[in-house]
Design a protein around this ligand. Structure first.
Ligand code: MN3
Length: 247
């Protein structure tokens, strides 16, 4: 359904050639503001809640400095354009090619993507004691797509390890099926016309593989960070997102 809507609007966009809003493939956030100016959302747990898998200092710098900087830059760009500022972030990111000014488009791509991806990432994590399990439906879809949970973790870990430089590994729903992919920088699976068509879909999980996400504790050992991440993955949230994406 969501995908059909997206295709329909994409055709509409091409046909009428206006800034018509495309359907967003991004789930929203319960506590998020819908339009600018954006504020840094609180973490849903303490900085040290993910220890020893993700250390407190990394979480503090990642949230208070990196995420805060994306928001500041995003707000600055939107202050300069009242029309863009009225659009919800999910719509801006889903229709970046509709932003005519190249500088604004680049800033919103990098910093709007940075804000959205990090807000999504914090909610993707949970203390190990609260990580839970995949719903029956999500577990069955993982088995169908990857053969087993281990098969999924292997595919996801490879996507995370092979992403050269900075970026994200994703589990997305595309055409009703689960798929692993990755994007560079702060791009995400809603950026139609920006990222490769094969990477477009509704995100269920996202893993930040920028060095700032792990370097203090793991240094160059990105695969160790990815392996530890499974311990603090919020399966309840992933299952909710999957149910919503499947409609
Ligand atoms: Mn980050």
């Amino acid at each position: 359904m969501e995908n059909q809507l997206s295709n329909m609007n994409r055709r509409g966009f091409v046909k009428i050639g206006t800034l018509a809003a495309t359907a967003t493939l991004l789930p929203g956030f319960a506590s998020a503001q819908t339009t600018a100016p954006y504020k840094l959302p609180d973490l849903p747990y303490g900085f040290d809640a993910l220890e020893p898998h993700i250390d407190a200092k990394t979480m503090e710098i990642h949230h208070d400095k990196h995420h805060a900087a994306y928001i500041k830059n995003l707000n600055t760009a939107l202050e300069a354009d009242a029309e863009l500022a009225k659009k919800p972030l999910e719509k801006l990111l889903g229709d970046l090619t509709g932003i005519r000014d190249e500088a604004a488009r680049t800033t919103i791509r990098n910093n709007g993507g940075g804000h959205w991806n990090h807000a999504f990432f914090w909610e993707t994590l949970a203390p190990a004691s609260k990580a839970g399990e995949a719903s029956k439906e999500l577990a069955a879809a993982i088995d169908a797509a990857f053969g087993s949970m281990d098969g999924f973790k292997k595919a996801f870990g490879e996507a995370a390890a092979k992403r050269f430089g900075s970026g994200w590994a994703w589990l997305i729903v595309k055409d009703g099926k689960l798929k692993v992919t990755s994007t560079p920088n702060q791009d995400n699976p809603a950026m139609e016309g920006i990222v490769d068509a094969k990477d477009i879909g509704t995100p269920i999980l996202g893993l930040d593989v920028w060095e700032h996400a792990y370097y203090l504790h793991y240094q160059n050992k990105r695969p160790d960070y990815v392996a530890a991440w499974w311990n603090v993955l919020n399966w309840g949230k992933a299952s909710e997102r999957f149910a919503a994406a499947k409609g």
